[in-house]
Design a protein around this ligand. Structure first.
Ligand code: NAD
Ligand code: ZN
Length: 355
């Protein structure tokens, strides 16, 4: 069976396109008591971006913190705040930030119209009601969260997305000018998330011409950004992120992402850096990709942390391996149907012990 998948219907791209956000929101403000919720990464508190938000009387600004990756309890708290703000639902939720903030805004828009707690919906197609109209404005490029049908959340029991067609954004605004000011290491780690999406998609057994077309273009753009230092690198990275997301939407990620989820679950390692750490130990699986990744690291003088697992006991190591091995589709994409013969628990533990 082929998947009939939904994509974001409205996209605006270009330097300075942020100035059009107010016009985009106007038709959504349907009644005199309509209002918008702006979900802004608190790194922008008091910064120019905050003052440029096209806020109108009655709108709500939610400054969100992403020092830790988003948790379901945090979403519950934010949703309660929005519900307490005004007797009615907002007419739009706009997320402005990196992957974490975009995921928070997606989750808020879903949970405003679906009963119960956020953790109840971690999984596939559990959401019953359409979300509040939601839009994203990325300020960091690489995760592809702007185009994906998931919002990745850590709940009490698992790190797992709310995957549904309703999760997808209704509108995205891609303005490369907003990437200015991202700290160098963060720019690199989030950009490598995109590069790794491409490598894992292009080397996967799930690959098809749809995914290949997007993946090949995305990886070419990543090379222009991270090896050629192209003058339009922000524009290119923004499109690479989108294309990388489109590539994995119809294929899957692989070994690196599976291993990084184990690190994230046990150690709280953030997604971009976590993927870089695990990718660096996968030369046997993705020899060309890892070689090129190391050239990119050397060019940008990036150093990865080491000895992350040195202090962990057997129980923690066991959990880490179980989380990684639990992601069967990722392993199957990487190695094929017989992946369990290739990626044994002992092999996973051996790799983790080196990290
Ligand atoms: P992030 O959103 O966690 O942000 C990283 C840091 O950069 C934060 O401190 C943030 O405040 C800061 N920042 C963001 N924009 C900035 C700017 N313009 N200037 C200065 N600082 C800025 O990082 P990310 O790598 O974009 O996202 C990672 C998150 O995305 C994880 O939570 C991960 O689970 C999620 N993710 C989601 C998907 C998806 O499909 N939904 C895919 C991959 C990753
Ligand atoms: Zn990723």
């Amino acid at each position: 069976m082929y998947r009939n998948f939904k994509i974001v219907p409205n996209i605006i791209f270009g330097r300075g396109s942020f100035n059009q956000l107010g016009d985009i929101l106007k038709p959504k403000r349907v009644t005199s008591d309509s209002y918008m919720v702006f979900v802004l990464d608190d790194v922008f508190k008091g910064k120019t971006l905050e003052s440029r938000l096209p806020m109108e009387n009655g709108d709500l600004l939610l400054l969100v913190n992403v020092d830790d990756e988003p948790k379901t309890a945090y979403i519950d708290k934010l949703v309660a705040e929005v519900k307490a703000f005004n007797g009615r639902l907002p007419d739009g939720v706009i997320g402005l930030g990196g992957g974490a903030t975009m995921d928070i805004a997606k989750a808020i828009s879903l949970m405003l119209t679906n009963p119960g707690g956020t953790a109840d919906y971690q999984g596939w197609d559990l959401i019953k009601n359409p979300a509040v109209w939601h839009a994203a404005v990325p300020t960091l490029a690489g995760t592809g969260a702007e185009i994906s049908r998931t919002t990745v959340l850590t709940g009490p029991e698992k790190k797992l997305g709310i995957n549904s067609d309703y999760t997808l954004y209704d509108q995205i605004l891609l303005d490369p000018e907003l990437l200015a000011g991202v700290p160098k290491n963060q720019w690199f780690f989030t950009g490598m998330d995109c590069y790794i999406h491409d490598v894992e998609s292009l080397h996967g057994t799930y690959l098809n011409e749809f995914s290949r077309a997007y993946g090949e273009k995305s990886i070419e753009l990543c090379r222009q950004v991270f090896l050629d230092d192209h003058p339009d690198k922000d524009d290119k990275l923004m499109m690479a992120s989108y294309f990388g997301g489109m590539s994995i939407a119809y294929s899957q990620v692989g070994a690196c992402h599976a291993l990084s989820y184990g690190l994230a679950f046990v150690l709280g390692t953030h997604h971009g850096i976590g993927c870089c750490i695990t990718f660096d130990y996968l030369d046997e699986v993705y020899p060309e990709g890892v070689k090129e990744f190391r050239e990119m690291m050397a060019k940008h003088d990036i150093k990865l942390p080491r000895n992350l697992t040195a202090g962990l006991d057997d129980k923690a190591m066991d959990t880490m391996a179980n989380v990684a091995l639990g992601l069967a589709p990722l392993w199957e994409n990487c190695f094929g149907k017989d992946w369990q013969q290739i990626m044994t628990k002992e092999r996973v533990l051996e790799m983790y012990r080196k990290m």
